[in-house]
Design a protein around this ligand. Structure first.
Ligand code: V47
Ligand code: SF4
Length: 372
């Protein structure tokens, strides 16, 4: 082990924060076993043997999008035969299905449609919340909130407050991609910039809405861009404490403008999970999103820094349009078995990481525990 890696090990063991340079050393000098061992130490210090999953569904109300992010296989042009916009009936039917399957959460994210007014997006939240008020609505990324501001001319904080009153529960972590302009200006130059992404998450946190954060890796970015990305997130978390979980997202090239790039391998995937766990010392959770990683790598990630594998999902489109060969959904029993096989204790959580107590489809959140 080099002196620099030995220094990093002693810093982590004594709970000292890692620097940008430490991050670069982890990226360039550490092997997978060093990273996994150290990240697992941090993970077990925080969560012991516990590993979280939830029962959720995804809803992508439209795939029509004004933007053309180079990494995206999900979007469709306004007049494309692939393009769709779900009707109110289809949206409520999806929520009914989620409720019937015992879900505690619906994850809503989609394209920015050329013609739909802002009220249409508000209506999605309103009709689901009115029909199924117990379903937590984790809805719309910062890119979508930025779009709503462009549509209405209203400040995003007002919009967030209006949606919260209509039933919005929290914000998903998408749209972060890579914050550094050397990359962002190439892969998604038109949509919400880094300043807007952070402003919107800060505003959400100020309104009492928790949010998640992501990073899209494995395309044209370099180690310094990834470490910069993680440190920018750590910086806002120091100020607000409003982020719940970080989700590293591996780029899936199929059907995208970057289809010539190879897909990240399993070693890269596990390294990203570990490095995130080590750099994000103020994030409670690191999520190994099984749809993106594949079931087997997600299971391994539970020993490389991750403490959460997301949920049952159902109807995922973003990754499957981009060539993911993971299944469309996992049954609760599959999630529990994967976690147990990894030597962890499965814990069902709600979106806010409160433990869920369940008797079949009847569930309640333990009131005496606070979210970790
Ligand atoms: O922002 C799009 C990514 C994100 C591709 O908050 C792609 O719990 C890889 O953010 N290859 C949306 N990635 C999904 C997202 C998410 C997923 C799961 C859980 C949570 C959460 C959030 O998906 C986009 C973009 O970074 N993405 N296309 C692609 N071809
Ligand atoms: Fe549109 Fe989102 Fe795809 Fe970009 S990633 S093209 S904003 S749907």
């Amino acid at each position: 082990m080099t002196t620099r890696l030995a220094d990093i090990r002693s810093k982590v063991e004594s709970g000292e924060r890692l620097s940008f340079d430490d991050g670069i050393t982890l990226e360039t000098e550490a092997d997978l076993f060093f990273l996994g061992d150290l990240a697992n130490l941090v993970r077990e210090r925080r969560h012991g043997r516990r590993a979280y999953y939830n029962i959720n569904e995804h809803l992508n109300p439209t795939n029509v999008c004004v933007y053309r992010c180079t990494f995206c296989a999900f979007r469709a042009d306004l007049k494309s035969p692939r393009g769709y916009v779900m009707t109110d009936e289809e949206i409520v039917a999806r929520a009914a299905e989620a409720d019937r399957l015992g879900a505690t959460e619906i994850h809503v994210v989609g394209g920015l449609h050329h013609q739909l007014p802002f009220e249409w997006y508000l209506n999605v939240v309103r009709i689901i919340h009115e029909a199924y008020p117990r379903l937590h609505l984790k809805a719309y990324t910062a890119v979508e909130w930025d779009w709503f501001q462009r549509l209405t001319g209203r400040p995003t904080k007002d919009l967030l407050a209006e949606f919260k009153a209509a039933g919005l529960g929290s914000l998903p972590g998408g749209g972060a991609e890579i914050f550094h302009p050397e990359v962002r200006d190439i892969i998604c130059e038109h949509k919400a910039d880094t300043e807007a992404w952070f402003r919107i998450h800060r505003e959400a946190h100020e309104l009492g809405l928790r949010s998640n954060a992501t990073m899209l890796y494995g395309h044209i970015e370099k180690p310094e861009h990834r470490i910069d990305h993680l440190l920018q997130l750590r910086g806002l978390q120091d100020q607000t404490g409003g982020f719940q979980t970080f989700i590293p997202l591996a780029f899936h090239p199929e059907n995208t403008k970057l289809s010539h790039l190879p897909k990240a391998g399993g070693v890269m995937d596990l390294k990203m999970v570990s490095i995130a766990r080590l750099m994000l010392d103020n994030f409670a959770h690191i999520k190994a999103y099984w749809v993106m990683l594949g079931v087997k790598t997600a299971q391994l990630a539970l020993s490389f820094g991750a403490d959460d594998i997301d949920g049952t999902v159902v109807h995922e489109k973003i990754y499957h349009d981009a060539g993911s060969d993971s299944p469309q959904q996992l049954a609760v029993e599959d999630l529990k078995r994967l976690i147990a096989e990894a030597g962890r204790d499965p814990v069902e959580r709600d979106t806010l990481y409160r433990e869920v107590w369940r008797d079949g489809l009847t569930w309640e959140v333990e009131r005496t525990t606070t979210a970790v």
